[in-house]
Design a protein around this ligand. Structure first.
Ligand code: C2E
Ligand code: CA
Ligand code: CA
Length: 381
């Protein structure tokens, strides 16, 4: 699917598609302009940043207009597979609404649905701008993988009491050719929605395994580990466990030294699938950590049937716990609860010495945060 997102260049006068054809792509105009003709009298011009051809793509009916490039034009095709993937992720009510509106529109308008002269359908500019941004970003993400623009940084995870290094968490960075470093918080939600996160996730895992022999030498521990984040969509890849296993094997990575971090969303979205896959991952020897604990809604009891060994308490509770007795109370009881069901605990976002001291007092095993080190590339560590 990622390979389908390649730009197309059309010289002036070239037909992009003709009325009556079945469409496999919608198009985003990256540069240039096109002319859309329903008949001789009804013609409209669309330029840079506009989208066309999307309706036939969603409702699987023939194109209702002919589109020609009016100057040298660069288009990013948006394949049906990608639209379907996005639709699958959309709230079912929104999806149903969208498809119903299209069906009614096609049925009640003898005129073609894709009528560029329609002024009644005014899309809110804000929505359009964010959709455009989303499309451009997903296109750039697929190029980023090919052009090796992603990098992995590693943040130390330390024993709270001694500050001794115990492991690292791998965190992705995108070194964008124009924009510089883009935070994972900006591009991962898009990659998650388009399914691109599956390829990115495998790249992250492979990269972490390649870096591990060097990172490992920094840790004087019997059981060192590198943590890799797993996103919900990765588990829906039917060959996921086999792919993980193949990467570990090819990179000569001991499975016991890999820890996979997942949030409760992974479990909530597909509880039975998650149980099967997480059990398979621990059967090959890898360990699991529950990430961002406290931000979701499930109780630890409901998560107890999953083979999780580590609980990571979210930084929103940890940062500032030294000045908030309420936050400190939540952290203390999360630690106690985790210990009562046999889990060890990592406190995230530890920024100060007084937070560290409190965590020692609460019996927390591990900590991660600026007090122990920021994420850095492997060459710096
Ligand atoms: P996370 O898994 O909770 O990762 C910890 C985040 O907290 C990182 O942000 C880290 O830089 C930041 N952090 C660590 N210590 C401190 C601290 O003391 N103070 C503050 N203010 N922040 C701290 P980052 O690297 O921006 O990552 C954000 C999120 O993106 C991650 O949250 C994770 O959910 C996701 N992510 C990052 N890399 C990957 C990846 O390779 N795969 C997947 N699926 N998700 C990833
Ligand atoms: Ca994490
Ligand atoms: Ca986290």
């Amino acid at each position: 699917m990622l390979d389908d997102l390649q730009r197309e260049t059309h010289p002036a006068g070239a037909v992009v598609f003709e009325r009556g054809e079945m469409g496999a792509n919608a198009y985003f105009i990256e540069d240039g302009a096109v002319e859309i003709s329903l008949d001789e009298t009804s013609v409209k011009r669309l330029g840079k940043g506009e989208l066309f051809g999307e309706i036939a793509l969603i409702d699987h009916l023939p194109r209702t207009a002919t589109v020609r490039a009016v100057e040298n034009t660069v288009l990013i095709p948006i394949p049906r597979a990608l639209v379907n993937e996005l639709l699958k992720k959309t709230d079912p009510v929104v999806r149903h609404l969208l498809l119903t509106i299209l069906e009614r529109y096609r049925a009640t308008h003898k005129e073609p649905a894709f009528d560029p002269t329609q002024t009644t359908i005014t899309r809110v500019e804000k929505t359009r701008a964010s959709a455009r941004q989303h499309i451009v970003l997903s296109h750039e993400i697929s190029n980023a993988l090919k052009n090796r623009e992603f990098e992995l940084f590693y943040q130390p995870i330390c024993h709270v009491g001694s500050a001794r290094l115990a492991g690292f968490e791998a965190l992705i960075r995108w070194n964008h050719p124009r924009r510089g470093f883009i935070s994972p918080g900006e591009f991962l939600p898009v990659a998650e929605q388009t399914g691109q996160i599956r390829d990115i996730g495998l790249w992250v895992l492979k990269r972490a395994c390649i870096d591990w022999p060097v990172l490992r030498t920094r840790i004087a521990e019997e059981f060192p580990f590198v943590s890799v984040n797993l996103s919900p969509t990765q588990l829906t890849d039917p060959g996921f466990v086999e792919r993980v296993q193949a990467i570990l094997l090819n990179q000569d990575m001991p499975p016991t030294e890999l820890k996979l971090e997942l949030t409760e969303t992974v479990i909530i979205e597909e509880p039975e699938l998650a149980l099967k896959l997480l059990t398979a991952l621990t059967a090959i020897g890898s360990r699991l950590a529950l990430d961002d604990f406290g931000t979701g809604h499930s109780s630890l009891q409901t998560l107890q049937r999953y083979p999780i060994g580590t609980l990571k308490i979210d930084r929103t509770f940890v940062s500032g716990m030294d000045t908030s007795p309420h936050q400190a109370g939540i952290v203390r009881s999360s630690i106690d609860l985790a210990h009562s069901i046999g889990l060890n605990v990592v406190a995230e976002g530890v920024e100060t010495e007084s937070e560290r001291k409190l965590l020692v007092e609460f019996g927390c095993e591990y900590a991660q945060g600026w007090a122990f080190g920021k994420p850095e590339p492997v060459a710096v560590l």
